[in-house]
Each structure stands twice: as C-alpha cells, then as structure tokens.
Design a binder for this molecule. Structure first.
Ligand code: HEC
Length: 128
C-alpha cells in the first residue's frame, strides 16, 4: 500500500519537474524527485507510527510511549528549532540530543542531505 503511494508520488513528482524544469541542469531535478519520494516513504514507513500522519504525536505507536512526541503543529516549537537540529534528531535519534531514546536513530540517512531536507520540509509544513 505505502509502496504504491510512494510510486504514485514519485511519478507525480517526475511529472511536475518535467513540466516545470528549465533547460539547465543534468538530472538535478530528477535527483530531487527521488529525494522527495524517499522522504515520503521514510515518513510513511518509519515516522507515522509514533508521530501520526499529521505530526500531532498521535500515531498508533505513541500510546505506549512514556514520553509522547510533541505536536509538530506547535508554532512555538517550530520557532525554537532550526533545520540542523531536526536533522540531527532524525539521524542520531533522541538520545543524541538529550531527548527521549524512544525517538529512534536513522543512521542510514546520514549524508543523505536531499532526503533529510525533504523530511524537514515535511515537518515544517505540518505547522499549518
Ligand atoms: C518509536 C516512536 C517514534 C518513531 C518511530 C519516530 N519518532 Fe520522532 N520522536 C519520538 C518521541 C517520543 C519524541 C520526543 C522525545 C522527547 O521529547 O524527549 C520524538 C521526537 C522527534 C523530533 C524532535 C522534536 C523535538 O522535541 O524537538 C523530531 C524532529 C522527530 N521525532 C522526527 C521523527 C522522524 C522524521 C521520524 C521518522 C524518520 C521519527 N521521528 C520516528 C518517537 C518516535
């Protein structure tokens, strides 16, 4: 199911860049489309369980956690963290920045800046 979604999103992103893409760049837009697709896949498969689809911290897995994930829609929280901090929480896990260890590390995303940027963009959009 989520694979179908990811494929659909990938196709859609590809279409968008095909229409909007300028004459410049050798595959830069495609690379970004891939990053968007991978970020969507990561979000759906790894994050929604705890953070919930809309990032309110109400995913099915959150009920069992001693420390609940905060709501990403909180404007005060959004203002209090910079993008680098969000990325290090994602890669290193909660314990790496003094948060609860229930927030798992994602070491496979280390160095995948395009994917991390898309995850940050996603989290920032959840503030609306
Ligand atoms: C097993 C449940 C769980 C999963 C899966 C999970 N998180 Fe978390 N996350 C948490 C908890 C709990 C916290 C809050 C920790 C705290 O406040 O001490 C947290 C905190 C965070 C924070 C920091 C918020 C703050 O207070 O600064 C970010 C950003 C975040 N998660 C993003 C993600 C992303 C992106 C994913 C998927 C790659 C993910 N999380 C997967 C449980 C989870």
């Amino acid at each position: 199911m989520s694979r179908i979604l990811a494929v659909t999103l990938f196709a859609f992103a590809g279409l968008t860049t095909a229409c909007g893409g300028g004459s410049k760049g050798g595959g830069g837009s495609d690379a970004n489309a891939e990053a968007v697709a991978e970020a969507n896949k990561v979000w759906t498969e790894r994050c929604v369980t705890c953070h919930g689809n809309s990032g309110k911290g109400d995913g099915p897995g959150a009920a069992a956690l001693a420390v609940k994930p905060r709501s990403f829609s909180d404007p005060n929280w959004q203002a209090s963290v910079d993008d680098a901090r969000i990325k290090s929480v994602i890669v290193g896990g909660g314990a790496s920045v003094g948060l609860n260890e229930a927030m798992a590390a994602n070491p496979d995303l280390e160095g995948k800046d395009a994917v991390l940027n898309e995850l940050v963009t996603k989290i920032r959009k959840l503030s609306q």
